[in-house]
Design a protein around this ligand. Structure first.
Ligand code: CA
Length: 123
């Protein structure tokens, strides 16, 4: 996942479906499969030429009121590739945290990731 290096904390984005875990494929709805459906952050990232621009940093791709920069630990949009971000990432820039609150309960046969896919496809 080379794109991980193009965003701050790209290799340590929290997995909202798995407390303490990380979400490797940040632009996708499946944490590990880069070919899975892309999320809103991925679309904005692509529009920025797969680079971390000030505009992308200031944007709130998943509309959860936190900018992508805030969620990824670059609240002042100063990060450049290869350097240490100002803070640790605390949120996933492509998954609206409130959506997760509404899907906390799922049966053992359903995964959180699948629930996310269903939510998004109904949007
Ligand atoms: Ca956000």
């Amino acid at each position: 996942m080379l794109y991980q290096n193009n965003i701050p904390n790209g290799n340590s984005v929290p997995d909202p479906c798995n407390s303490g875990g990380t979400w490797a494929a940040v632009g996708h709805y499946d944490p590990k499969v880069g070919s899975a459906l892309t999320n809103k952050f991925a679309k904005d990232f692509a529009a920025a030429g797969h680079t971390w621009t000030r505009e992308l940093c200031m944007k709130d791709s998943d509309e959860d009121t936190y900018t992508n920069g805030q969620e990824l630990g670059d609240p002042n949009c100063n990060w450049t590739p290869g350097n240490q971000p100002e803070r640790a990432a605390f949120g996933h820039p492509g998954i609206y945290n409130l959506q997760l609150k509404s899907i906390k309960k799922f049966s053992s046969s359903e995964s959180c990731v699948r629930k996310l896919d269903i939510l998004i496809s109904n949007k």
